[in-house]
Design a protein around this ligand. Structure first.
Ligand SMILES: C[S@@+](CC[C@H](N)C(=O)[O-])C[C@H]1O[C@@H](n2cnc3c(N)ncnc32)[C@H](O)[C@@H]1O
Length: 404
């Protein structure tokens, strides 16, 4: 019997997975859970051999990754003729459908070829003209010390663009950072989750999707769906892992968000409906000083307002209030927050320690965490922390838009 010849449908891929630098530990853990063996390949990048099924599954299930690409070709080129010869020798047919135009995103470092527009022009001469309105397939071209690596984007829209999040707050937290915060705090949906500054609901909705075993982007389309090598049967078997109906949360577990701004609460409710988790997550209007919650165990994961004017004392009062509420009314709840200024976080609780550092909205920020307390105020905290009057004006901040 003649063995089946290898075809693009069956070929294993050299896959690269990209995440925000600083989130690598959680992206790596997710990859391993999908049976991939990731090797670090620079800040925010992992490489691995992967089956077609794993490429599809990574796009569907990774909560902390931004993009998944597969290797098309790698070759050396020190001039345009070698670049074009290398591109002509590559097999583009698995990735580029009839009627689809190639688009090149190029970076060059320490190489003889460095003019990215000229490189793109030469590649278009070989692979096909730029789009005149046709759908596009993105190829990522990296030239590093004269070695050209071309990869086909399998994701399409960046994975952190969840289709359910069409309504945004003025300073939205990137969805992948919310997912990394949950993972870093060790939250898996077995205890309650609360975000008292929920904005458009990013953290509670990400939490609900995780707890219910639903994919972060729902059934969104991916670039690989348009590849000539797309395997409908393999994809069907990957999506067969999605529960038909979200089950209930475990007994006693609640996922809640609150915000002082009623427009944000409406946006969060609408986002939760689009995400298919409306019945599993509750949003309400309220200021943090009036926050009430059931006794823990649980996780408070939040992204409080922050401003450009560091040291703004209106923010100081807000963080002190958060700390007072967390320590006096949320016994048994772990506390985690994304914050650009350790000083502010420590006004809430001096025991918060950093679990991750990454850039968010152009600012370096930390994800800080402390485990549940017995409900007493940290003796290391300033004694007036408990005395912040409820009527202290809430801050009006210049929060940065953080959606990229
Ligand atoms: C940085 S945003 C949170 C963004 C959210 N993580 C998202 O992705 O949409 C901070 C939120 O805190 C809310 N906020 C400000 N002061 C508050 C207070 N005292 N109590 C409750 N919410 C407050 C704002 O309305 C804003 O939506």
């Amino acid at each position: 019997m003649v063995p089946p010849s290898p075809s693009p449908r069956r070929a294993a891929h050299r896959m690269a997975v990209v995440c925000t630098p600083g989130l690598e530990a959680w992206c790596q853990a997710e990859l391993k859970a999908l049976g991939v063996r990731p090797k670090p390949a620079g800040p925010g990048t992992f490489e691995a051999d992967a089956t077609t099924r794993q490429v599809y599954a990574c796009n569907l299930w990774l909560r902390t990754a931004a993009r998944v690409v597969v290797r098309v070709a790698t070759f050396r080129a020190t001039d345009f003729s070698r670049l074009q010869a290398g591109a002509a020798a590559a097999d583009w047919s698995p990735w580029l459908a009839e009627g689809t135009a190639p688009r090149f995103r190029i970076s060059a470092n320490d190489s003889k070829l460095y003019h990215t527009d000229a490189i793109a022009q030469r590649l278009h001469q070989v692979v096909g003209a730029p789009s005149l309105g046709e759908p596009e397939q993105l190829f990522i071209v990296r030239i590093e010390r004269n070695t050209v690596t071309i990869s086909a984007d399998s994701s399409g829209d960046a994975l952190h663009h969840r289709p359910w999040r069409t309504e945004l707050s003025t300073a939205p937290l990137r969805t992948t950072m919310a997912a990394a915060g949950l993972a870093a705090a060790g939250w898996q949906g077995e205890t309650s989750l609360l975000d008292p500054f929920c904005g458009a609901g990013t953290i509670p909705i990400e939490a609900a999707l995780l707890a219910l075993g639903l994919p972060p982007g729902g059934r969104r389309p991916f670039a690989f769906h348009a590849w000539p090598s797309f395997e409908a049967g393999t994809w069907a078997s990957v999506v067969a892992g999605i529960p038909a109906e979200p089950g209930p949360l475990p007994d006693g577990v609640t996922i809640t968000g609150s915000d002082r701004d009623p427009a944000m609460v409406r946006a969060a409710v609408a986002n939760a409906e689009r995400a298919g988790v409306a019945g599993r997550v509750q949003f309400s209007e309220g200021v943090v000083s009036q926050l009430k919650a059931r006794p823990g165990p649980g996780l408070v994961l939040t992204n409080p307002p922050f401003g450009r004017r560091l040291g703004d004392n209106r923010l100081d009062g807000l963080y002190r209030r958060l700390g007072m509420v967390a320590n006096q009314r949320l016994a048994g709840w772990d506390l985690a927050m994304v914050c650009p200024e350790r000083r502010l976080a420590h006004l809430a609780d001096g025991r918060l320690t950093p679990l991750a550092r990454f850039r968010h909205g152009g600012l370096p920020v930390e994800l800080l965490y402390r485990a549940a307390t017995g409900g007493e105020i940290d003796p290391a905290e300033p004694p007036d922390q408990a005395e912040v009057p409820e009527s202290t004006p809430e801050p009006i901040t210049e929060s940065l838009s953080t959606e990229g």
